[in-house]
Write a protein that binds this ligand. Sequence first.
Ligand code: NAD
Ligand code: UGA
Length: 480
Amino acid sequence: MVKICCIGAGYVGGPTMAVIALKCPSIEVVVVDISVSRITAWNSDQLPIYEPGLDEVVKSCRGNNLFFSSDVEKHVAEADIVFVSVNTPTKTRGLGAGKAADLTYWESAARMIADVSKSDKIVVEKSTVPVKTAEAIEKILTHNSKGVKYQILSNPEFLAEGTAIQDLFAPDRVLIGGRETPDGRRAIKALKDVYAHWVPEERILCTNLWSAELSKLAANAFLAQRISSVNAMSALCEATGADVAEVSHAVGKDTRIGHKFLNASVGFGGSCFQKDILNLVYICECNGLPEVANYWKQVIKVNDYQKSRFVNRIITSMFNTVSGKKIAIFGFAFKKDTGDTRETPAIDVCKGLLGDQARLSIYDPQVTEDQIQRDLSMNKFDWDHPLHLQPMSPSSVKQVSVEWDAYAAAKGAHGLCILTEWDEFKKLDYEKIYENMMKPAFVFDGRNVVKAEKLREIGFIVYSIGKPLDPWLKDMPTVA
Ligand code: NAD
Ligand code: UGA
């Protein structure tokens, strides 16, 4: 019986291993983590992450061939294949700060593998890492090997949050990179055999190590670039009277371009797009390619521009100040169907409004008050460190209250901002909301989820990203 151990029980390690366990009943899978509270949650009825379909998968194999444990060393020692799915944050200090990937967690996992291993192992990079990380890991393992042989594989993960289980059940592709040697090829085959339990062979791509590592960074950069492209167009649409949804539809009809991932928004968020592009930029700079680095940097600049443009639009529409005004925030997660707030655009929008002294009343169906307060008081990039390294009781931001109901959040507000595309925001009773708001009442839709015309009939002044401007907004100063 093959035994798999995965180091890191996070958004990737947990769901990925649960699906491997479900699809491969003959394989024993143990997910380990240094965070005892995370492991306790994985072993409880309240899993540490919200992901549609995850509960069912975990419940059907936990205790049979799927286990969660904080006894990291024991399970690593016993495994044939060790996945490493720890966080790879952006460095906040020293060389490459603000860009390069911080491989501290990866390196400590590799050193621990070398310390405890007594049998040969395949070590799989599941985390997203800079190109050539496998070489560094190989050096750490072989220089401390005590006779144990290792093969390093790169097997980046492409799941998206909110659809993780669906993505894992039917991936567009599984990518496995390895050494082009007989031992390397044998290791690739062993991992391919695991995925072949449910993924059609033609979808399992085998490449060299560096191609696999770089493909992951490239895929995220291309995806983020599409969003920045459509968001750049959204600014031009507002200036010209074009409608970004119509432009996206027309552009996406070209089969060479395709219709997916062309929704204009307040900006992309999530734990990876920005981090991985910054990492890519740093690698380009280190390889003497400043033009290539600058090209990709622009994707992040446009994303930052989109968020500040949104904040400026709110402030200028509301007579150039939101000082002391209550603004309701609908949605704080970085996208719908997740409780994840890492790099959510809501953080920058809220901080921008707080900077102009607004009072915020926030509602998100999946995000806790503690998490929101933590996010609004944390420094950039500090979030991507294990929970036990973060402040336990964040100092709360006084001008922020968190409500458990959209209507309560909007009561007495001057304006409301939609920052996550939760389905329930489409179905709210906006007449009731309007009645309980200050007048004029504003809606700033950062996700294009509401029907602007219907809301205007009720009496709202409505701003929707990339849509022809409300007559009220046309008279306001141009947003820089
Ligand atoms: P996460 O923060 O949710 O989980 C990482 C876990 O690793 C944490 O629970 C942490 O306690 C644990 N950990 C850190 N060092 C450890 C060590 N030495 N030993 C044991 N456990 C340790 O992160 P995540 O979202 O699962 O992302 C993990 C990696 O996967 C990152 O490199 C990320 O870029 C990549 N990735 C993430 C996604 C996503 O949707 N979140 C998708 C694809 C790839
Ligand atoms: C993304 C990629 O889609 C995954 O393939 C990848 O594995 C993952 O990053 C990762 O490496 O972490 P994720 O961040 O979970 O997945 O979610 P996405 O659906 O990609 O959305 C990212 C952000 O872009 C969200 O804020 C979303 O609202 C925004 N977005 C997405 C848009 O603004 N417009 C779109 O058309 C699509």
